[in-house]
Design a protein around this ligand. Structure first.
Ligand code: MN
Length: 169
């Protein structure tokens, strides 16, 4: 079961040490985790515009996934939770509507990611979005991303096939 706080939708960011390190940003929308691969990871610096490539939806249970995806499987490598928490849509429309409009504004309540963000679809593109921190009290122009995967953490990770792959081989 996914822990919930007063029905607030969740978000999670996986740090994924695949052939190329990237971050998978996931938002709970309409019962699934809408997902974007962010090569450089999210940023708390409003001057950073981070490319976010929309990838396939993941089941909600995947929010708690951590482990090492075995060699020979898609995305082989270590996956750890880099941040997680809740989000609140900004404006009068839910993210399921904003998503279809190609621009989403929301507040993240995580440990690393806090405050208002915007995501926008590149004009004329299908899957390429930008994730940008809005200028608010949480914005930090000196912010640098830090790895969640430490040596100790890696030793504790188990080989695991992600549930989404188990369901759709
Ligand atoms: Mn990934």
């Amino acid at each position: 079961m996914i822990k919930r706080e007063k029905g607030k939708p969740i978000f999670v960011v996986h740090e994924h040490h695949a052939s190329h390190l990237h971050y998978d940003f996931r938002l709970e929308i309409e019962g699934v985790l809408k997902s974007w691969a962010i090569p450089k990871g999210p940023s708390m610096n409003p001057t950073d515009k981070r490319l976010a490539i929309m990838v396939e939806d993941h089941p909600l249970e995947y929010a708690k996934f951590e482990g090492i995806i075995p060699e020979g499987h898609y995305g082989a490598g270590a996956v750890v939770i880099w941040d997680r928490g809740y989000y609140l849509p900004l404006g009068d429309k839910g993210l399921e509507v904003q998503l279809k409009m190609g621009k989403m504004d929301f507040i993240l309540q995580g440990k690393r990611l806090k405050g208002a963000f915007t995501m926008m679809l590149f004009r004329g593109r299908k899957n390429q979005w930008l994730l940008i921190k809005k200028n608010d009290d949480y914005a930090d122009k000196t912010w640098k991303i830090e790895l969640a995967l430490t040596k100790e953490k890696r030793h504790r990770l188990k080989l695991k096939t992600p549930p989404c792959e188990t369901k759709n081989p």
